[in-house]
Ligand binder design. Structure first.
Ligand SMILES: Nc1nc2c(c(=O)[nH]1)N[C@H]1C(S)=C(S)[C@@H](COP(=O)(O)O)O[C@H]1N2
Ligand SMILES: [Mo]
Length: 521
């Protein structure tokens, strides 16, 4: 008989079994890794074979569920602390918390195996619950998390000492190495495969070479002052700010994309990618702004958008009298409440498919997003849009409006100094003070700069390309040595000055004057 036979047990049991607590913690951690790895890989497989349109990977699902339950103040804190990395920070946070919980369970398992296994299973149930409450979740979505959890339980029960103390005491290094390798490799493969659906990339690449049907836009030469340090008039896609609640950027195969118009309409209509391609496209310059932008902040950007006017699609459906809002829905569950009027009047509200001539980047909504001049992004600029429900403000409430933000989101007049930067040191003499000012769909008529307590002086405005975009401005300042405060204020095309009152972004956009302090030598 071999060493595993009952006859030899007493022999092994006589060895002193001194298992330090951290052994158990490592076992718990590795069990968690095995669970997450297998679940992530299985989730990627489920998506790859087209059996899931939800978020079957548990880590992403838990983070996503967390975001959707985040109070506005915490969201503001996350955006201001981590900027556009807020999602990565949340994913890392989720993983760290899970790792600690698993380690604790592993430590408990050394003494009390059954309660530890129950606790581990409960963690799995939390993951499964998050997965099943994600938008678009189907019954099969639960499988990856169940599979992973069962594997983790098995690992943990194997790691725990046998009643005699023999099995668990032997060779933990090998067990950790094997479990760790399985967990890490499957997590890596799952993350890799889940990150990019190749069909989506192929459909996006196909649009690169497709001809654009419609009119080309002419941008006046003088719209960009080309001053070093001044944000370019048109922001390149790679530098464009990004704000969304998607933990994993949706990668949609354009050929699977459909947009439905529902609700208070004469007839529901649906449009697919091929039909949209055949439409007469329009190019429009529109500056997007986030309501969370602080005074002087950079959550604003200008791009050329190519798309089909939303009003033409809505006209096919025929909105009924009494409707005053369109509830836009995205594949990721995000919703936006847009005033119906802004989508049916003559402004350039587009179902955009291109950004600065390129197919929309996945991060910015490929295959189709909405862009509406004059409204903050959270009430208008739905990425990965899938449904437009014609309705009323009384009946429906959108994603951020249930979280304390205003239901309608007209953009406020604002201005920003880009150069010199706050805290910069410049040479005495003529210094170009320059920046941007915006009030989309109204336009900017005047910008003024104030140095210290001197009278406000008029800046020179760059050429006006559209009332829907920001406008660059420059003021030639005769700088004298010392420390100076520079202020800017803008007037919209109606002659109204921006509000000097300091207000935070919530609930409907920040106001106040941007001030920078610079040193002159
Ligand atoms: N699907 C989806 N669309 C969305 C959001 C989102 O969270 N999900 N965020 C909105 C917000 S708050 C803003 S400011 C803009 C930002 O667009 P961008 O990321 O392309 O700059 O997208 C809007 N569209
Ligand atoms: Mo936003």
């Amino acid at each position: 008989m071999t060493a595993t036979s009952p006859a030899t047990r007493p022999e092994t049991a006589q060895e002193p079994v001194a298992r330090p607590l951290w052994w158990g913690a490592v076992d718990g951690f590795v069990a968690g890794l095995v669970t997450v790895g297998l679940a992530t890989l299985a989730a990627a497989a489920l998506v790859a074979v087209g059996q899931s349109s939800g978020q079957p990977a548990p880590i992403a699902a838990v983070s996503g569920a967390f975001i959707d339950r985040t109070p506005p103040w915490l969201k503001d804190f996350a955006v201001s602390t981590f900027g556009t990395n807020d999602k990565r920070a949340l994913l890392v946070g989720t993983v760290v918390v899970l790792a600690l919980v698993c380690a604790a369970i592993g430590a408990v398992a050394m003494r009390h195996l059954v309660p530890a296994l129950v606790a581990f299973a409960l963690v799995g149930v939390v993951g499964a619950a998050a997965v099943m409450t994600r938008p678009g979740a189907g019954p099969l979505d639960v499988l990856p998390t169940v599979l992973g959890t069962v594997a983790g339980l098995w690992f943990l029960s194997r790691a725990a000492p046998a009643p005699t103390g023999a099995a668990g005491a032997a060779n933990p290094g090998r067990r950790w190495l094997l479990g760790g390798a399985v967990g890490a490799v499957t997590a890596y493969l799952g993350g890799y495969a889940g990150g990019g659906s190749s069909a989506a990339t192929v459909s996006r690449d196909a649009l690169k070479s497709a001809p654009v049907k419609g009119t080309k836009l002419a941008i006046p030469a003088g719209a960009d002052l080309r001053i070093p340090g001044l944000t370019p008039y048109i922001v390149p896609n790679a530098d464009f700010y990004r704000i969304d609640t998607a933990i994993v950027v949706p990668r949609i195969d354009a050929n699977d994309w459909r947009l439905k118009v529902t609700g208070m309409v004469d007839r529901e209509v649906e449009i697919d990618w091929k039909t949209l391609q055949g439409k007469e496209m329009q190019e429009a310059l529109v500056t997007l702004t986030c309501v969370s932008n602080e005074v002087g902040g950079d959550l604003v950007g200008n791009a050329v958008w190519t798309g089909w006017p939303v009003r033409e699609l809505l006209a096919l459906a025929g909105p009924k009298a009494g409707a005053d809002m369109v509830l836009q829905t995205s594949i990721d569950g995000f919703t936006a409440s847009t005033p119906l009027g802004a989508l049916t009047d003559d402004r350039n509200a587009l179902l955009a498919i291109r950004m600065n001539g390129e197919p929309l980047p996945f991060e910015h909504g490929f295959p189709v997003r909405v862009v509406v001049p004059g409204l903050y992004g959270y009430v208008s600029a739905t990425k990965w849009v899938t449904e437009l429900k014609v309705t009323t403000y009384e009946k429906d409430v959108a994603y951020w409006s249930t979280r304390g933000w205003s239901a309608t989101g007209p953009i406020k007049t604002a201005s920003r100094i880009d150069v010199p930067r706050a805290g910069a040191t410049v040479k005495a003499g003529t210094v170009a003070v320059a920046g941007v000012a915006w009030h989309q769909h109204t336009g900017i008529s005047k910008v003024e700069v104030q140095v210290d307590q001197q009278p406000w002086a008029e800046a020179r405005l760059a050429a006006d390309a559209s009332i829907d975009t920001w406008r660059q401005w420059v003021y030639q300042w005769q700088a004298t040595p010392g420390s100076h405060e520079l202020r800017v204020r803008a007037y919209d095309a109606k002659g109204e000055a921006q509000s000097p009152l300091e207000a935070p972004p919530a609930p409907d956009g920040a106001t106040g004057i941007h001030v920078v302090t610079v040193k002159v030598e």
